[in-house]
Design a protein around this ligand. Structure first.
Ligand SMILES: Nc1ncnc2c1ncn2[C@H]1C[C@H](O)[C@@H](COP(=O)(O)OP(=O)(O)OP(=O)(O)O)O1
Ligand SMILES: Nc1nc2c(ncn2[C@@H]2O[C@H](COP(=O)(O)OP(=O)(O)O)[C@@H](O)[C@H]2O)c(=O)[nH]1
Length: 251
């Protein structure tokens, strides 16, 4: 486990993806702080599952992709660097994303946390090793056709990262974010023609990361086409490590 440190958590400009309603914060009084990662290709439901875990278990959810998107307009050096890569649909270099994520995690060293989208390469996994020992890695295995369908129906609220799907979790009013009333958009890279290339890139980079965590015995894989069917297993796994603050059924 990552040790806690003096100073406590400070509110930073991290990307803590806001859930649909406020999470119940879990004071990290326990000496063991949960360090978890959710891996999976684009569209596999990482954000959806992480949001549920964050709410049920009071964990901090950090999404590297959302964090990067938010950093772009901030005027910072790292954001400007990242922009060049994101605009071209490329992975941000390890040293850039690692620096950003490490700074955020340092602020959260006294809280339970859950990472989504990081680490994505072996280099990133090794950097994470340098600051903590992960307890749990959840891998979502979803068939390609399902991913393609989901992404083409995904709508996002850019400011918060809240995600909708026209079949699975539609907004109350079409095209509009439930909490702010602001317009929803579709991501350019969610177009079907962009998805196949993204998935290939994901697989190449993720394979050694999965092998590393498998060899350590902390990788838990879940396969299926429906998040609601996978979710009870994820909930049970998490419950064996940290007490829930909300029951499983409450979505
Ligand atoms: N850990 C990372 N390493 C390098 N680049 C990253 C990392 N996380 C995010 N990025 C960059 C490249 C991604 O194309 C972009 C958006 O990330 P993200 O929202 O996680 O999208 P993604 O392509 O993985 O799809 P999805 O959100 O559907 O999983 O940010
Ligand atoms: N139809 C359907 N859509 C889902 C399911 N689970 C998640 N989604 C949607 O699929 C899209 C991708 O999910 P997301 O959590 O963003 O995946 P991520 O890219 O791995 O973070 C979003 O629009 C979700 O609302 C599911 O079981 N069925």
């Amino acid at each position: 486990m990552c040790p806690g440190g003096a100073g406590g958590a400070r509110p930073g400009r991290l990307t803590r993806v806001p859930p649909r309603s406020a999470p119940v914060p879990v004071p990290a009084m326990a000496s063991k702080l949960l360090r978890a990662v959710v891996l999976g290709p684009p569209g596999s439901g990482k954000g959806t599952v992480c949001e549920r875990i964050a709410r049920r278990f009071g964990l901090q959810h950090l999404s590297s992709g959302q964090f990067l998107r938010e950093s772009l307009g901030g005027g910072g050096e790292a954001g400007a660097l990242a922009q060049q890569y994101l605009e071209r649909g490329l992975l941000v270099p390890d040293h850039v994303i690692t620096r950003l994520m490490m700074a955020e995690l340092e602020k959260r060293r006294e809280q339970h946390w859950l990472l989504d989208g990081f680490p994505r390469t072996l280099g990133q996994a090794k950097a994470l090793d340098g600051i903590c020992q992960l307890d749990l890695v959840i891998s979502l295995n979803i068939p390609f056709e399902t991913l393609k369908d989901r992404l083409s129906a995904r709508w996002v609220h850019p400011a918060s990262g809240r995600v909708y799907n026209m079949d699975f979790n539609p907004p109350h009013t079409q095209g509009v974010d439930d909490l702010t009333g602001e317009p929803l958009v579709q991501r350019e890279d969610d177009r079907p023609e962009a998805v196949a290339a993204r998935l290939r890139k994901y697989k190449d980079a993720a394979k050694p990361v999965m092998e590393l965590y498998k060899s350590r015995g902390i990788l838990h894989s879940f396969s299926g086409t429906e998040t609601n069917k996978i979710w009870p297993y994820v909930y049970t796994l998490l419950s064996s490590r940290i007490p829930p603050v909300l029951p499983e059924e409450e979505h």
